[in-house]
Design a protein around this ligand. Structure first.
Ligand code: ATP
Length: 197
């Protein structure tokens, strides 16, 4: 089974692409959602987060997302600390999930695929690229946040150009080139023998 990573900047359209693969019957692991879930369910991870961020980081056993956001989104070192606790647990969970799949290939969608080192756990990586102005517009519309807030979030991630240069395949999601045929091309490639990669 071939393992394909799927990444891209905020608002590039990773989830949109992942959903197309799902429609094609391909299993998709959503790392960001999994990480959020694991922060509430993995006892060892919870303990580590409380040790580093204090008792306020949980309310009634659930991650206090508002508190955590206020801490990590204004402090790069704290964000890196949280990621360093969460990423290994999520990578392990994804590995377990991958072992259970039975499909010619699977997709692992992760915003921070390279930053977390999860790129080492996949065979090939797809990047989704979109112009910055469009990414900002899409994210503002989707999340109901200001342009400044989106720019701030984007500035915390690896530069898109660098990220795309590390990918084996790049999908262009600029609302000029159609996305669907690009995904179908890759689906055909991945569905045939491993050697075609
Ligand atoms: P994030 O990293 O912030 O989760 P993402 O890369 O997963 O973002 P999506 O959630 O897939 O991005 O897309 C962002 C928004 O843009 C969504 O509301 C999505 O519906 C919309 N969008 C993405 N691609 C297109 C497109 N080609 N045409 C129209 N809308 C699009």
């Amino acid at each position: 089974m071939v393992r394909i990573g799927l990444t891209g900047g905020i608002g590039s359209g990773k989830t949109t692409v992942a959903k197309i693969f799902e429609v094609l019957g391909i299993p998709v692991y959503y790392a960001d959602n999994a990480a959020k879930k694991l922060m509430n369910t993995d006892a060892a991870l919870k303990k580590e987060i409380i040790k580093s961020f204090g008792e306020q980081s949980y309310t009634n056993g659930e991650l206090n997302r508002k508190y955590m956001a206020s801490v990590v989104f204004n402090d790069k070192a704290k964000l890196e600390l949280l990621n360093s606790l969460t990423h290994p647990v999520t990578i392990r969970d994804a590995e377990e999930w991958m072992k259970k799949q039975n499909s010619p290939y699977i997709i692992k969608e992760a915003a921070l695929l390279f930053e977390s080192g999860a790129n080492k756990t996949v065979d090939r990586v797809i990047g989704v690229q979109a112009p910055l102005s469009l990414r900002v517009k899409r994210t503002m519309n989707r999340d109901g946040i200001t342009e400044d807030e989106v720019i701030k979030r984007i500035s915390r991630q690896m530069e898109e150009e660098k990220k795309m240069s590390l990918c084996d395949f790049v999908l262009i999601n600029n609302e000029e080139q159609l996305l669907l045929p690009q995904v179908l091309d890759l689906h055909k490639k991945f569905s045939t023998v491993k050697a075609s990669l």
